[in-house]
Design a protein around this ligand. Structure first.
Ligand code: ADP
Length: 458
């Protein structure tokens, strides 16, 4: 069953139910009020009659019955204890039966509804005692035709009103639910179109107000689509980049192998080249594996106390070998700094930053390294006097496979543009930040901020 139909049924059933309840309560209250009024008239009549009865005790009790002339539409009978009709009001001259046979036997005042020749009557039977003994029973009755017709009209009006109101409620809720749910139909259709056409660039149009529930749903759905599209595009780019990076060394290996086959001998230079390319491939696969593990949350960090200063000296020593006499490495400031981190991963970051600085700085340049505590954080700076990074490349430098235009011309030491992405992941997962500042022709500065190790005294 559709949501629209279900809402319509619920609303109209509720309207009908409420009106039905209202009808039952109203009819009951009106009936009670009218019956009360009728009973009051009967009681007044009977009381008037019994009050005017008197007994003459002289020569045995003799009962003097009053003249029975009750109000219009009220009939009275007086029955003695032997079951004989003693007196009756003029309107009942023909009736020899009691108005209410059961009331005669009741022994107490009792109101009852009776039917006499299809007329609906309300009766009051009142026993009257004389000297502590039952003497006569006075019965009064009045027709309930007016009350019945009032009650019937009320029921008719309420049924018609309830039916009309239920029909109107059904119509209105069908229309309103239709209007409210119409955008959902568009959402479903667009979602299906996106699935069938495999087109994540589509968005769901919505012209209503954004702050209602459907508007919010469409907004959220469009945001999901946007994110999916971005992920999809980045995945495609990632695949293209990986294939491109794999193809280059493989082509070189194949070229060198072909060359050796044609020369019919082992060529030392070609073998070295094959070895270099194989090393490059191994590095690439290693970096890719690390990055995918990191991004899928499967790269655990082995957190321990790390002496950053000792780590930095290690790295600078290793890097002197790479720099040789080409570039000068200077540790300008070193403070004793402890952080909570994964030593190997932090070393990987430092190696990447310093080796980049050496790699991109031309002969005679300098690389400055410093480590200190600033504002309750560890600050590590790697600065070089190299060519700098163009402003247009700077915002993308931490993206996977991103290499500034000048670094794209591949050399044997050329990287894949993965090092900084890995460094970014490692530092942010240590609760730190990594920043870059660079000006073309003036050099590049990388700055890492890490939270200091909290000691017991802290
Ligand atoms: P790669 O392996 O290519 O060095 P990275 O992710 O480490 O990859 O660096 C990305 C790019 O950032 C490099 O290709 C280079 O263009 C630029 N870059 C990084 N460090 C420096 C630096 N110190 N000086 C100039 N350019 C740099």
């Amino acid at each position: 069953m559709s949501l629209r139909l279900r809402l319509t049924i619920i609303y109209s059933a509720m309207t009908g139910g409420i009106l039905l309840l209202l009808g039952v309560v109203t009819t009951a209250l009106v009936s009670i009020a009218l019956i009360g009024q009728t009973d009051e008239i009967l009681a007044q009549t009977v009381n008037r009659i019994t009050a005017s009865m008197h007994v003459d005790q002289r020569g045995g009790p003799t009962v003097f019955l009053p003249q029975l002339n009750p109000a219009e539409n009220v009939y009275v009978q007086i029955w003695n204890t032997q079951g004989n009709l003693v007196s009756a009001s003029p309107g009942l001259s023909g009736l020899q039966e009691p108005l209410d046979p059961a009331g005669l036997q009741a022994g107490k005042a009792i109101y009852r509804d009776v039917y006499i020749s299809q007329s609906h009557l309300r009766t009051l039977s009142m026993p009257v005692e004389l000297g502590g003994h039952p003497f006569v029973v006075v019965q009064a009755a009045t027709g309930l035709a007016l009350l019945d017709s009032v009650r019937q009209s009320l029921v008719d009006i309420l049924i018609i009103t309830a039916l009309v109101a239920t029909f109107m409620a059904a119509l209105a809720s069908w229309f309103i639910a239709g209007q409210a749910l119409a955008p959902l139909k568009t959402v479903t259709e667009t979602a299906l179109q996106i699935t069938h056409a495999d087109d994540l660039s589509r968005r769901i149009p919505y012209r209503g107000k954004d702050n209602n529930e459907v508007g919010q749903l469409i907004f959220a759905f469009n945001e999901t689509l946007e994110r999916l599209e971005k992920l999809f595009v980045s995945q495609q780019r990632f695949l293209a980049d990986v294939s491109h990076e794999l193809r280059t060394p493989l082509t070189a290996i194949k070229g060198n192998a072909d060359l050796m086959r044609r020369m019919k001998g082992v060529d030392e230079e070609s073998l070295t080249s094959i070895e270099d390319e194989a090393d490059r491939l191994t590095r690439l696969v290693g970096d890719l594996l690390l990055l995918t593990q990191a991004e899928s949350g499967k790269l655990p960090l082995d957190l321990k106390t790390v002496e950053l200063d000792a780590l930095l000296l290690d790295v600078s020593k290793e890097m002197h070998v790479l720099a040789r006499d080409r570039v000068q490495i200077k540790v300008t400031e070193i403070d004793q700094v402890q952080v909570n981190g994964d030593r190997d991963r932090l070393k990987q970051v430092l190696l990447n930053l310093v080796s980049n600085a050496i790699k991109y700085t031309p002969q005679g340049g300098q690389v400055f390294i410093s480590l200190g505590k600033v504002g309750g954080q560890a600050r590590l700076i790697v600065r070089d006097t190299g060519p700098g990074i163009p402003a247009e490349d700077l915002p993308h430098i931490f993206e996977r496979f991103y290499r500034a235009e000048k670094s794209r011309t591949r050399s044997k030491t050329g990287g894949f543009g993965l090092g900084l992405s890995i460094a970014y992941w490692i530092i942010t997962h240590h609760g730190g930040t990594i920043e870059v500042d660079s000006q073309e022709g003036k050099g590049t500065t990388f700055c890492i901020w890490l939270p200091l190790l909290r000691t017991a005294e802290d």
